[in-house]
Design a protein around this ligand. Structure first.
Ligand code: FAD
Length: 122
């Protein structure tokens, strides 16, 4: 008998901005996101994860992201030309401060390789 239930929030694409970051251990950076659109975030509690899109070229490239990331959305994402296609990585919710509308993410800081780790570190 499983003692967990897996659920999926239908929120779709949310735009957010970095409000602060702090190095919580030598190898971990906590990045806190905020912004009006983040108030739509559906917090599901323990072990919730989501996809984070980061621009690799211009920040304007984020406007090319599909509104949903199902099969159709993923195919639209793949049609974004390389060089403009935001990088997508999965992250676990460290905490969500509902009154403030702020989402904290703990990034493993693993050096200069990759995209998301170095982005968080910088
Ligand atoms: C469901 C889920 C939840 C996740 N939640 C988190 C989270 O809360 N915080 C988090 O930091 N990551 C989390 N991850 C991992 C995250 O999605 C990325 O894979 C990770 O941040 C690396 O992305 P990157 O762009 O920096 O490196 P990538 O481009 O993916 O990798 C480039 C290279 O970096 C190195 N590298 C990557 N990650 C590590 C590491 N952890 N230690 C050492 N070397 C590494 C490897 O050499 C790798 O070949 C989660 C993954 C999943 C599937």
């Amino acid at each position: 008998m499983p003692n967990i239930t897996v659920t999926h929030a239908e929120t779709g694409l949310i735009q957010a901005e970095v409000v602060r970051s702090e190095r919580v251990t030598p190898n971990m950076v906590r990045v806190t996101l905020g912004g009006d659109d983040l108030r739509r975030f559906e917090h599901r509690g323990f072990d919730q994860w989501f996809r984070l899109a980061l621009p690799v070229g211009s920040p304007d490239d984020l406007a090319r992201m599909p509104a949903k990331f199902g099969v159709g959305g993923y195919l639209s994402y793949l049609r974004i030309p390389k060089g403009h296609r935001p990088v997508v990585r999965n992250y676990t919710v460290r905490s969500f401060d509902e009154p403030a509308g702020e989402l904290a993410i703990d990034f493993v800081s693993h050096g200069t390789e990759g995209v998301a780790g170095p982005w968080a570190a910088s």
